[in-house]
Write a protein that binds this ligand. Structure first.
Ligand SMILES: [Zn+2]
Length: 83
């Protein structure tokens, strides 16, 4: 009967450990999701903030000088498109 009692205690202990493990795993997953969401919102914020500035401007290939220039227009000195 003592061994049965030990088995019950052991199973309860294992069950408790499993519950704690699951809680930790869920918290870790939530933290990861939250970190990823923060990263995404940061990137969206950065993109929104820098739109219009020259750092993240869309580059297009100039039809005349084949150089990659801002979408607003080619500004190379020796380009026929310029001016
Ligand atoms: Zn050009």
């Amino acid at each position: 009967m003592l061994s049965l009692h030990k088995l019950i205690v052991l199973s309860i202990l294992l069950w408790l450990i499993w519950i704690v493990f699951r809680v930790f795993e869920r918290r870790k997953a939530q933290a990861t999701v939250r970190a990823q969401q923060n990263q995404h919102s940061d990137q969206a914020h950065k993109n929104a903030g820098s739109s219009g500035s020259d750092s993240d401007m869309d580059m297009v290939e100039c039809t005349q000088c084949k150089a990659f220039v801002p979408e607003s227009g080619c500004d190379r000195e020796n380009c026929p498109v310029r001016g």
